[in-house]
Ligand binder design. Structure first.
Ligand code: ZN
Ligand code: ZN
Ligand code: FE
Length: 759
């Protein structure tokens, strides 16, 4: 039997996931010789031996690849026989081309076990990791992924770690962030003098603060969290007060799956996602006998749960200091409202000191921030609300391969940007709301790191159409600086394109964008649109009925303002005044001021925003007149409707199809004494009818029958489900989001897809 020599090139996420050690062990197992090398965009293997052994090797390469790797393609090529001395892992080389840096990976079971094994040399080591788990994107400077190109570069390995790192049979073989108590980074307590003395263990100090009802800021993988005992109403209320966040739900980190099952309904699918290596925050239905206090997610039927994913978090829950400790912690991003998450000790000392009693930091630097990802489940599949740690920077593969490279800045709220090249679209981690200066600085910094990491040099910039967005200003500044062309894309068109790109669609679709607000091509505020859309362009076929409201930013928090605008649009000011008084929508002065503005068209906008429609309905049903966070009023409406269904309520709709008439009809029915839960449901079901009618009209006019549902309103799973049901029954093929958010966190993907397609 003669030997053969092959060159095998593996493309995909093959760096930072233990791929080379895996190849090494596989070669040895099959008695083959050769070498493996990281090239940045791919891994190259030279492999030589008997033909059958080679075939077995190639089969195993695909089948047994490390859990966290994603193989996109394997190319093989025969080479002339050469001389090898066994099988070697060669130094990484830098070559141009597509690169796939790995997202951060939650701690694996083996590391978890060692962490609490008294006889292990990494017993209680807060930075334990291996080739299968640990930080990746957040510590990375450049590809290829090697220790020197991460923030672990400044921590030389001790002799023992180095031995593990260089022993092929070890599970830390070539694990770049490998370290131990002797050579790794150190925890440090900042700010509080009494906790600073060297003889107090930082973990014990944090546990003691939390046990006594205090708040701790803890540096994790992608930034700081603020945490406190989720069972302690006083502690949670204090955190709300200090963070200036009266009602928006806090996420909860539970010690283990048992605690999760005590707090929420967790089925097998939910458990799989909770305990996945990505470790997202998963929205789950609360149980009534949980221990998490009401203040954590007030008036909310759901709770966002996650499991510990960094060793330091496990240590906080389980440190053997002989004291009891809570198994559920509020874990909210360590930032001031709307700002990016704090990533280093100095920043935390400045921004978080006033919100906590102790700050636990460490000297392993975070290169790129990554907030926790947030998702819910829809029909057993992930339905992403914030795509960040664990998912970014995995690319979306685009239907068309372009020779160009683009940078899409994204939207203004929930900002995430997107870099695209070839047929790959890379969404960044969550940046935040760009209304603040520090968020724009973070966007700039993250963009520069991201493009260096991915080696993408954009030739086109993309931003929103809104003339007063900071994102638009930033893109224009960059375009000026670098002499690059800029493409401005209408907000809802970008939403629809994001849904198309995620679903691998080409050609034309009927795009339904139900959203908060976005700047329209006619200068009015859109948000309830039926579009004929392809990557080449779009046409606005129709929209929900426009209405006027006043109050600028206040109107997006105070649902009574659009409510009055909508009532006035169909029944005049006199009748609206009667409704307003009977429903206690607002005070007499507020009414006079609001209608005065509408009449004079001063500080007043015309809008088709379905988001505002939800706010108006919520106000009219007496559920939420004023929101303290985005989506609060809509959530109250969805919750009331779901409760109506859970209590055995029947399907029902309102006869109206004009959205302003729907609001008037709701007002009349409330005054007739109709139950608010039933009306909340009828509102959802009627809107789903509006969507069906809009799509039917669009189909008549265009002949299209594929529908893409996008926009922040579709975070509402009841509406999504009703729309999908109606549309499918009427013969439409429905596409929706899954791993890319339907809200503004996803629009950069649509912007990038449009620009890349046109190049
Ligand atoms: Zn591990
Ligand atoms: Zn060590
Ligand atoms: Fe939007």
């Amino acid at each position: 039997m003669t030997d053969k020599r092959l060159k095998v090139r593996v493309f995909g996420v093959v760096q930072g996931v233990g791929f080379r050690p895996f190849v090494h062990n596989l070669a040895q197992k099959h008695g083959l010789v050769g070498n493996v090398c990281n090239k940045g965009p791919f891994v190259d293997i030279e492999i030589q031996g008997g033909e059958q052994k080679l075939a077995a090797f190639l089969r195993s390469l695909r089948k047994e690849a490390p859990a966290r790797s994603i193989i996109r393609q394997i190319d093989t090529q025969e080479l002339p026989i050469a001389q090898y001395n066994g099988f070697a892992i060669l130094q990484s080389e830098n070559t141009g081309g597509e690169v796939f840096p790995s997202p951060d990976i939650g701690i694996c079971d083996d590391c978890k076990r060692e962490l609490f094994d008294k006889n292990d040399r990494r017993y209680l080591h807060p930075f334990i990791n291996c080739t299968a788990c640990g930080p990746r994107l957040t510590i990375l400077d450049e590809m290829p992924y090697d220790r020197a190109r991460t923030s672990m570069g400044r921590f030389p390995m001790c002799k023992t770690c180095e031995k593990e790192y260089t022993s092929p049979e070890n599970r830390r073989y070539h694990a770049q962030p490998v370290c131990c108590n002797d050579c790794g980074p150190q925890l440090e307590v900042i700010g509080n003098e009494s906790c600073r003395c060297a003889d107090i263990n930082p973990i014990i100090a944090v546990r003691s603060v939390i046990r006594n009802g205090g708040i701790a800021a803890v540096k994790g993988i992608g930034g700081f969290h603020l945490c406190c005992d989720a069972r302690n109403t006083q502690a949670v209320s204090r955190l709300r007060m200090l963070k200036g966040r009266p009602a928006k739900p806090f996420a909860v980190m539970v010690r283990d799956i048992d605690a999760a099952k005590r707090e929420c309904y967790v089925d097998a699918i939910a458990e799989k996602h909770l305990d996945s290596p990505e470790k997202p925050i998963l929205l789950l239905e609360k149980r009534c006998n949980g221990l998490v206090c009401e203040q954590t997610a007030p008036e909310n039927p759901n709770l966002g749960l996650m499991l510990p994913y960094a060793p330091v978090q496990l240590l906080i829950f389980n440190y053997p200091d002989g004291e009891g400790f809570t198994d559920c912690l509020v874990m909210t991003s360590g930032n001031r409202g709307g700002e990016p998450i704090c990533k280093d000790g100095n920043e935390a000392a400045i921004k978080l000191s006033s919100m906590c009693d102790i700050i636990l930091s460490n000297n392993r630097e975070i290169r790129m921030r990554a907030d926790d990802s947030v998702m819910s489940l829809y029909k057993g599949k992930p339905y992403m609300l914030r795509r960040s740690r664990g998912y970014s920077p995995l690319p979306v593969t685009f239907v068309k391969k372009s020779s160009s490279a683009v940078f899409a800045v994204g939207g203004e709220l929930k900002n995430a940007f997107c870099l695209g090249r070839g047929d790959k679209l890379y969404l960044s981690a969550h940046i935040g709301d760009l209304s603040g200066v520090s968020s724009v600085e973070t966007l700039d910094d993250t963009y520069k790191r991201f493009k260096k990491l991915l080696r993408i040099e954009p030739e086109v910039l993309v931003c929103d159409l809104h003339p007063r967005y900071n994102s638009t200003a930033y893109a224009k500044m960059l375009a000026n600086e670098q002499g690059l062309p800029i493409l401005q894309v209408q907000h809802h068109y970008a939403h629809v394109a994001a849904c198309m790109a995620e679903n691998n669609l080409d050609g034309e679709v009927i795009g339904v964008a139900f959203d908060g607000t976005g700047y329209g091509t006619d200068g009015t505020i859109w948000g309830g649109e039926f579009l004929r859309a392809s990557y080449d362009g779009f046409e606005r076929i129709s929209s929900v009925a426009p209405f006027a409201f006043a109050g600028g930013d206040a109107a997006s928090r105070e649902g009574w303002r659009p409510a009055i605008g909508q009532l006035a649009a169909v029944c005049g000011f006199e009748k609206t005044k009667e409704f307003s008084q009977a429903l206690s929508l607002c005070s007499g002065e507020q009414f006079a001021a609001q209608t005065g503005l509408i009449k004079s068209v001063f500080n007043c906008v015309t809008s088709t925003s379905v988001g505002r429609l939800f706010d108006a309905a919520s106000a009219i049903l007496g559920l939420k007149r004023v929101s303290t966070y985005e989506g609060e009023a809509a959530l109250a409406l969805e919750t009331a409707a779901e409760r109506y269904l859970a209590d055995g309520g029947n399907h029902c709709t309102l006869p109206e199809t004009n959205t302003n008439d729907i609001i008037k009809s709701l007002a009349m029915k409330v005054l007739d004494g109709e139950q608010s839960g039933k009306l909340a449901y009828a509102f959802h079901a009627t809107l789903a009818q509006v969507v069906l009618r809009g799509c039917e009209e669009s189909r008549r006019r265009t002949g299209l029958s594929r529908v893409a549902l996008s926009g922040g309103v579709f975070a509402n799973r009841l509406l999504l489900q009703l729309c999908e049901k109606n549309l499918t029954a009427a013969g439409f093929k429905v596409f929706r989001h899954s791993l890319v958010p339907c809200n503004d966190g996803g629009i950069a993907l649509g912007q990038a897809a449009i620009a890349l397609y046109r190049k």
